[in-house]
Design a protein around this ligand. Structure first.
Ligand code: CTP
Length: 406
């Protein structure tokens, strides 16, 4: 792999020399980009000697190939010619720039122009790390599908002890290396994903919905796109940024989601139905706002169309993955949904448990995969982005069995 290693300005910059060496030893080529602040901590010559390549030190520091005319578009060439971007240490400043799309130096400009997988290894003081600004920037970057490595806890350069130490270079290199091979294994697939809740109007100003945040579906979309798939994401209303490289189709109601799914079924080879679709809706929505009365009143609901079951009837040899959000009897209900909705795999998770911190709004989750052959795989507690990759690993394992059956 051709790896771009962005080095930010922090004490941990010296450890990135070890990281460059470890990545080279694993067989990768490494092109280093240093921010101006990084050069205050480590000399570019150190990286140049380790990588046998000229280090990029600024926007107008001259092109790597020596042609001064190509200097102005150097960041585009560099971003196109490399497979992965690893930023270590990723300072609070760099995380903020990446999150908000600021592009005032070479590294932040390359970040915007780069379309491949991004790995960030943060390092900073523990108060800077836990500051809400840093945490919300990080949340945006995570939802964009980037891999966040660390930080670790321990003694910090400022003399305090806490979270903020950059993960050890060997561990970063191993993490990156482990994800290199599977990078393009979905490049022949078109993955249709549904995510988020639906909203069902009660009158022109009110609706009912559920607690789905869409985080799992968006993590699946980001994972599939990073692994080379064409991704069509049909999403109910969520407060999440659009993952890079996906075709987003926003919908509101179960009916709209049904139509969007059917419209995009044809090219899909894998369908993942992670949306929490409302089971009921008001068929005849009043044209005027319902007025308050003193008496008890009731609303009549009709069932919505079961999108997953309908896709199950028309799926042909597409791989169909359903979700089961349950508060009890997880495996049994998941198995039942697999049968009744003709799925190849059902991802079961327990929801509504505030005490366990799992389910709808959480960043982390644990799930059970129930497959057609009766196999049950437990994926332990992990960030949803990690789970998304494990789920696609499992989906790809089902491919040969499906082809034999078909
Ligand atoms: N689903 C769907 N259309 C619906 C309801 C559910 O496509 N109208 C899909 C969901 O996207 C999910 C799966 O069916 O992949 C299971 O959803 P869930 O809400 O767990 O189950 P339900 O079928 O609604 O059954 P119940 O509410 O009884 O658990």
């Amino acid at each position: 792999m051709r790896i771009l290693l962005g080095v930010g300005g922090g004490i941990a910059a010296y450890k990135s020399a070890e990281l460059a060496r470890a990545l080279m030893e694993a067989g990768h080529t490494v092109q280093v980009i240093m921010t101006a602040a990084a050069q205050e901590f480590v000399r570019p010559l150190t990286f140049a000697a380790l990588t046998n390549q000229k280090v990029i030190t600024g926007m107008f520091s001259g092109p790597v190939d020596g042609d001064i005319l190509s200097s102005a578009i150097e960041h585009i060439r560099v971003s196109q010619e490399n497979d992965l971007l690893v930023v270590a240490p990723a300072t609070a400043d760099l995380l903020a720039k990446f999150a908000h799309g600021l592009a005032d130096d070479f590294l932040s400009t390359v970040y915007l122009a780069f379309t491949g997988p991004v790995f960030l290894a943060p390092a900073m003081n523990n108060n800077m790390w836990s500051h809400p600004a840093t945490q919300s920037n990080l949340e945006m970057l995570r939802l964009r599908g980037h891999h966040i490595i660390g930080p670790d806890s321990g003694p910090l350069a400022c003399g305090t002890v806490g979270a903020g130490r950059m993960t050890e270079p060997e561990a970063i290199a191993a993490f990156v290396d482990a994800r290199c091979d599977m990078r393009r294994d979905l490049d022949k697939e078109t993955v249709l994903i549904t995510a988020g809740p639906t909203q069902e109007p009660l009158d022109p100003v009110r609706y009912i919905t559920n607690r789905s945040s869409g985080k799992m579906g968006y993590a699946l979309a980001a994972a599939a796109a990073a692994r080379g798939a064409r991704v069509i994401l049909v999403s109910g209303p969520v407060a999440l940024p659009e993952p890079a490289g996906v075709e987003l189709i926003p919908v509101r109601t179960a009916n709209e989601m049904f139509r969007a799914v059917m419209d995009h079924l044809e090219p899909a080879t894998i369908i993942v139905k992670s949306a929490a679709v409302a089971d009921f809706h008001v068929a005849d929505i009043p044209r005027q706002k319902l007025k308050k009365t003193a008496a008890r009143f009731s609303i009549e609901f009709d069932p919505t169309v079961d999108i997953l079951a309908e896709v199950g009837r028309r799926k042909g040899n597409r791989l169909l993955v359903g979700f089961a959000a349950e508060t009890e009897n997880l495996v049994e209900y998941a198995r039942r949904k697999l049968e009744t909705k003709n799925c190849d795999l059902v991802v079961g998770n327990l929801v509504g448990g505030q005490a366990t911190g799992t389910g709808f709004e959480a960043d982390d989750n644990e799930v059970v995969l129930v497959s057609r052959d009766g196999g049950i795989t437990h994926l332990p507690f992990a960030p949803k982005r990690e789970l998304a990759d494990r789920i696609f690993d499992h989906i790809l394992l089902l491919r040969p069995a499906l082809h034999q059956a078909g």
